[in-house]
Design a protein around this ligand. Structure first.
Ligand code: FAD
Length: 567
């Protein structure tokens, strides 16, 4: 058994920020399935929001204005007290990252450069060309090395250990040694990222399975607002690699097959810089109404950067140009980029408050796996990198307070009995069942992309629900070729599949029950937002039968009464 004061699961921005905040005072162990700098945070391109007012066009920007844009962008489902905290913290953490060495792009006066992003009243997205996640993650990783954070890479958390009220640690699979290890901890922080790979078409890393949401769910921790799934408007056709919103922030156009900047029809003022939910629906509508382009890899519209000129593209979007050249042989300096929307971000997640606390004492969550909620029904671009660092930091403060006031000792017997349970379950995965895990996963992904996508209907969601229930039945007979633990990706995939089925189930059930359209949840059969009945968070908890039960809870409104969203 391993012992740490604090166990952090996840080596992305939120996990590393929590670790850096705690490691001077406590013995911290950070467990990650992939090496920290292979976490999905590394792929973030466009930037991180903070009302620094550096841009000459944004001298009167303030954290209050950032708060309002975020609340409105989230279609009024965000908890406004939490949004306010995040936006106030934004300048603090951006300057902290700068002081820790993060190489942000600069304006000529040497202040941190800021570009316009969707749904924002001001250009307030700080960036480093189109590799913002890369520089932020490397800065935090270097800091964690400097501070001697103990990192366990290639270690997968399989189960959380709680007694219902208190968290005692987790059960971890060491892929390299091929061992199952209980890790006892006084406090555990999940920072496991999103669940994008539950969908077939996603911009997310393959490691984004959402097991960090399914595992606490099955340990009795509620999850919130899971039906709100973000589809990014612009992913490269055939690959679903993200073409950052910064392409439009820098002035890129979206064009249909008639050469029209069609956003004029949907958001005449904001045009290409309307929030993502609106732009994705607009693209989908253009395609459905026959104004898209046809390609063997699917239907698409164009993202046109040509008028920006070679110099701006090379300076501000060099990574985008490289990706286009390498993956589809197109140079955006001379040709428009073929794009389509695809799954991108998880607004929902583990139900936490603004202190990153969950209902289980000693168990915290931060970053994309958590739902505070600050993004409400639709996240604004640039607000997720912000969320990860702010709530990673706030989680470290909460854990510090908890450890100061509590002389709690993890229960070793409980950890050992959970270990035995996990080992038994692993053996069962190799006991001659008839179902192959990859087959079930393929069907789940197709179901989610086809039936729980940008536009939803009761009929399609019901079909999706029946399919997922069938897949969960089949999962009971799932079989892997070997139950050996050493570097057995098939086994880990089969283990994580259980979480992916739960995640899909909760998304679809929440979406079926929510009879309105709000933010990224768009029902063709209920096209209006319906505040009287639906201005509330969806909460899913596990029932005695292992199935999700849905209940609802109120949204915190402080200053901003819900209004119609116009852009
Ligand atoms: C292509 C792309 C571009 C983006 N660009 C931007 C942008 O410009 N601006 C913005 O604000 N947002 C952006 N986002 C969103 C943002 O990058 C992510 O929401 C954020 O980085 C997530 O960080 P995280 O710390 O929560 O998790 P991640 O960085 O995803 O890290 C998750 C960690 O958890 C670990 N893990 C997961 N499950 C387990 C397990 N069971 N056991 C052990 N370890 C586990 C993984 O190993 C990993 O280290 C982008 C997202 C994508 C996909």
């Amino acid at each position: 058994m391993l012992y740490h004061d604090v166990l952090i699961v996840g080596g992305g921005l939120s996990g590393l920020r929590a670790a850096v905040g705690l490691c001077e005072k406590y013995d911290v162990g950070l467990v990650s399935k992939v090496h920290p700098i292979r976490s999905h945070s590394i792929a973030a391109q466009g930037g991180i929001n903070a009302a620094l007012a550096n841009n000459p066009d944004a001298r009167d920007d303030t954290p209050e204005k950032h708060t309002f844009d975020t609340v409105k962008g989230g279609d009024y489902l965000g908890d406004q007290d939490a949004v306010e905290i995040m936006c106030k913290e934004a300048p603090v953490i951006v300057y902290e990252m700068e002081h820790w060495g993060c190489p942000f792009s600069r304006f000529p006066d040497n202040t941190i450069a800021q570009r316009p992003f969707g749904g924002a009243g001001y250009p307030r997205t700080c960036f480093s060309a189109d590799i913002t996640g890369h520089v932020l993650l490397n800065t935090l990783y270097e800091r964690s090395v400097y501070k001697d954070v103990k990192v366990y890479s290639e270690h997968v958390v399989l189960a959380l250990v709680t007694d219902g009220n208190l968290c005692h640690g987790a059960i971890v699979l060491d892929q390299i040694k091929g061992e199952i290890i209980p890790v006892a901890a006084k406090a555990t922080v999940f920072a496991t990222g999103g669940y994008g790979r539950v969908y077939l078409y996603s911009t997310n890393a393959l490691s984004n399975t959402g097991s960090g949401i399914g595992i606490p769910f099955r340990a009795g921790v509620p999850v919130k607002d899971m039906e709100f799934v973000q589809f990014h408007p612009t992913s490269l056709i055939g690959t679903n690699i993200l073409m950052t919103e910064a392409c439009r922030g820098e002035g890129g156009y979206l064009l249909n097959n008639k050469g029209e900047r069609f956003m004029e029809r949907y958001a005449a003022k904001a045009m290409e810089l309307a929030p993502r939910d609106i732009v994705s629906r607009s693209i989908q509508t253009e395609i459905e109404e026959g104004r898209g382009f046809e390609h063997e890899l699917g239907k698409y519209v164009q993202l046109d950067l040509r008028h920006l000129g070679a110099q701006k593209i090379m300076e501000r979007l060099p990574g985008i140009r490289r990706i286009c050249l390498d993956f589809i042989g197109i140079d955006p300096i001379y040709e428009p980029i073929p794009i389509m929307p695809s799954q991108h971000y998880s607004m929902g997640g583990i139900d936490t408050n603004e202190k990153s606390e969950t209902v289980v004492k000693g168990f915290y969550a931060a970053g994309e796996c958590a739902c505070v909620s600050v993004h409400g029904a639709n996240r604004l671009g640039g607000n997720s990198l912000l969320d990860t660092i702010v709530f990673g930091k706030l989680a470290s403060i909460s854990v510090d307070q908890y450890l100061q006031s509590d002389g709690f000792k993890p229960d070793e017997k409980l950890l050992m009995s959970k270990k035995a349970e996990v080992e038994h379950k692993i053996k069962q995965l190799n006991s001659g069942g008839s179902q192959r895990p990859f087959k079930i996963l393929d069907e789940l992904r197709l179901t989610m992309s086809n039936l729980a996508g940008i536009f939803r209907t009761k009929d399609e969601l019901q079909q999706a629900l029946s399919k997922i229930i069938e897949l969960k039945e089949r999962y009971k007979k799932v079989n892997v070729s070997s139950s050996k633990i050493y570097m057995n990706y098939e086994l880990i995939g089969a283990w994580e599949l259980e979480s992916m089925l739960d995640v899909g189930h909760i998304i679809v059930l929440g979406a079926l029950l929510r009879e309105e359209s709000r933010g990224a949840h768009s029902r063709r059969d209920f096209p209006m937002r319906r505040d009287a009945e639906w201005l509330k968070h969806t909460v899913a908890t596990i029932g005695k039968d292992g199935e999700p039960n849905i209940s609802y809870k109120g949204v915190t409104i402080t200053k901003y009464e819900p209004m119609e969203r116009k852009y």
